[in-house]
Design a protein around this ligand. Sequence first.
Ligand SMILES: [Zn+2]
Ligand SMILES: [Zn+2]
Length: 298
Amino acid sequence: MVAFDPASSEVRSPAGEALSPCRNWTDHHICNWLVPVGDPTPYCAGCRLNATVPNLSAPGTLLLWKRLETAKRRMLYGVMGLNLGLPIESNELKFHFLQDQRTNPWVVEPHVLTGYSAGEITINIAEADDVQRESSRLEFFENYRTLLGHFRHESGHFFWPRVVNTDEALSEFRQFFGDERADYPGALAAYHASGPPPDWQASFVSAYASAHTHEDWAESWAHYLHITDSIETAAANGMVWSPESDEWLKQWMDLSVALNEMNRSMGMADAYPFVLLQPVQEKLRFIHRRVEASRQNI
Ligand SMILES: [Zn+2]
Ligand SMILES: [Zn+2]
């Protein structure tokens, strides 16, 4: 077998190296990351962050969990890997993959909300079911709803205090995103009652970003991760000059137009159904500056 070594960001064979497959490979075949031999936990850098995993007794649950882990590893690779180089200590972040009674009448929780609270990311595993997720996407009038998008959004809440971590950064943040101290429950209730302002596209990357400053940050952060990952992939395939270029945002806007045209050629929905107007571009550039200031020297 070959598998991914998160420590070196390389795909390698564990045979002959001081590496072994993650326990979630040996037990369930749902993880392809490696663990150093002698590590105190048999789980890889991604799986050791799991606090609650799905009960696999219900048919089909293993496949849903596999999809969750694939999206989670992609998000983690983007933030921890060479692109952003932001460290995550295994005691700082935890994941809960939960089910509620809407998809499994035998569980206790009537309603599990996907979200973030104090270092814990909760994902309703129904989001890994294509039919359920697509029906939520239509219900909420969204152009884009993916598992990877959920992980990237929630990681934004985790990283906010870690990258907006000086007084100067916080005051610059408020210039672009507004005041995060505004009443959060009230803002969310108003958003769910009345929807976004009609001109939300002038200032926000998505309708939901208009709900509250913290949600604007998390949505913009998710887009920053979509963009940096996509540019890295494009560069690896010889499609853009360099992922290190200062022109990264311009490169992305050109590339995303081409991607959308390609998808239309195949009768598919747009790969990137978003418009990045000037205020949104400034938010993304602010995130880029904070990541550059916070990244670990590697
Ligand atoms: Zn693993
Ligand atoms: Zn959020």
